[in-house]
Design a protein. Structure first.
Length: 446
């Protein structure tokens, strides 16, 4: 973990330090490179791999889908075995811890309540001369949610993707999740899917799952939108299919940025930095403080706490590669740097965190005070944990109920209302050289 003094660097140098590379610039690990070589018989970039998989599944459907599941996941599926059966879900309920199930239900209730408050409304208003204008808000008919596998299980991601879709009124929710080597799905995923309102579950992950959802196969139905984070192959596949269906965002590695002053507890700061570092070796943990003393104490606390973690190897690599402690002259400077970084998770651990909130411009989610740690948002509070990463909080929003909806404009003018504005429309149409547009108004204004 590196400590830097903000005053000793130029603004450009600090911006470069805080701005993460785009997801398609990330290097593949050695394991992924070996798997690509084994699957395709040659070295390929992640983009090239995704292009091949997406195109084959688009044109060959199930045949290509089952081929890649076997080659990549090592599982042989058929149309009859790839979908999770109701009996498998029922069996999963017998395997999960009762108390954990109740916690999942309480979390889902909180997420449902929060997203219900986000629901947009259809409206229609009266204008001059009897004209009416409005907006109709409609749910998407069928969406696909991707739930990542890998080094950990994330039933909370099922809740965060599916519950807002059900609140929006989506008719059918299709979930895809990577199977294990035995062709099974983690039971916590299955019970979370049932509790959240998922319609169907398919045992497939990676780019092949995204392609199947986007184009449809003989077995997996085509969806209108795909949401949910995944690895670089999933993210590149979402980018490749955008336009054939919609996507939520292009997500990268998880990240946290903490703004803290001398009043912050260094043990709290360290624990929260480590909570992100344990996701994977690409995760980013940054502390920005105006206190040299806190910077030193937090660094020591990180060293003490990391040795107790079961995912210590992952955490230590993430800290070595991506962790930073930045010391600024003032807290306002820290806020300016945070806005440059545009982090996924932003914690304000200062004496008066709400005083800083008006100055926060770019963040996926903001956590205020010592008792609002990032895992509170990840699991339970209610706001969504599918957040923009890699600086994209400058222009992307957190996944929300409107992610699963579309808006249609309503325009209804009377003859008199159209007459009152006809000449304005005709002039604008003439300006753009579109005579037929002008005539469509003119014929009604005689």
């Amino acid at each position: 973990m590196r400590t830097v003094i903000a005053g000793e660097m130029t603004k450009d140098e600090m911006t470069a330090l805080l701005t993460k590379p785009a997801f398609d610039q990330l290097e593949l690990g050695e394991k992924a490179k070996r798997r690509i070589q084994e699957t395709f018989g040659r070295d390929m970039t992640a983009s090239q791999v995704v292009e091949v998989i997406v195109n084959e599944i688009r044109h060959q459907g199930d045949a290509a889908l089952f081929k890649y599941i076997q080659q990549i996941d090592g599982v042989a599926f058929t149309a009859a075995t790839i979908e999770v059966k109701p009996a498998e879900v029922e069996n999963a309920y017998q395997k999960v811890d009762r108390d954990t199930l109740q916690s999942l239900r309480r979390a889902a209730q909180n997420v449902r309540k929060f997203h219900t408050e986000q629901l947009p409304k259809t409206w229609l208003t009266q204008r001059e001369h009897g004209a009416m204008l409005g907006q109709k808000c409609l749910p998407l008919e069928r969406v696909g949610i991707y739930v990542p596998g890998g080094t950990a299980a994330y039933p909370s991601s099922v809740i965060m993707n599916a519950v807002p879709a059900t609140v929006a009124g989506v008719t059918e929710i299709i979930m895809v999740v990577p199977p294990d080597r035995d062709g099974c799905v983690n039971p916590y995923y299955l019970v979370a899917a049932r509790e959240a309102g998922v319609s169907r579950i398919f045992k497939v992950g990676g780019a092949q799952a995204v392609a199947a959802l986007a184009f449809g196969t003989e077995t997996i139905p085509k969806v209108d939108k795909i949401t949910g984070p995944g690895n670089i192959f999933v993210t590149l596949a979402k980018k490749a299919v955008y336009g054939y269906c919609d996507i939520d965002m292009l997500a990268g590695p998880s990240e946290i940025l903490i703004i803290a002053d001398e009043t912050a507890d260094p043990d709290y700061v360290a624990a929260d930095m480590l909570s992100q570092a344990e996701h994977d070796v690409l995760a980013s943990s940054i502390l920005i403080t105006n206190s040299h003393g806190l910077a030193e104490k937090a660094a020591e606390a990180v060293k003490k706490q990391v040795i107790q973690l079961p995912r210590r190897d992952i955490v230590e690599e993430a800290l070595l590669k991506n962790a930073l402690i930045i010391v600024t002259g003032t807290i306002r400077e820290a806020v300016e740097l945070a806005n440059i970084s545009a982090p996924e998770h932003l914690e304000l651990m200062t004496a008066e965190p709400f005083a800083l909130l008006p100055y926060i411009k770019n963040a996926g989610a903001v956590f205020l005070g010592a008792y609002s740690p990032e895992p509170l948002g990840d699991y339970f509070a209610g706001p969504n944990h599918v957040l923009p990463t890699g600086g994209t909080a400058r222009f992307y929003s957190v996944l929300n109920v409107e992610t699963f909806m579309k808006k249609t404009s309503i325009i209804a003018y009377t003859q008199e209302a159209l007459h009152q504005v006809s000449q304005d429309i005709i002039r604008l149409a003439h300006t753009e050289g579109l005579e037929a547009h002008a005539n469509a108004v003119r014929v009604r204004d005689r």
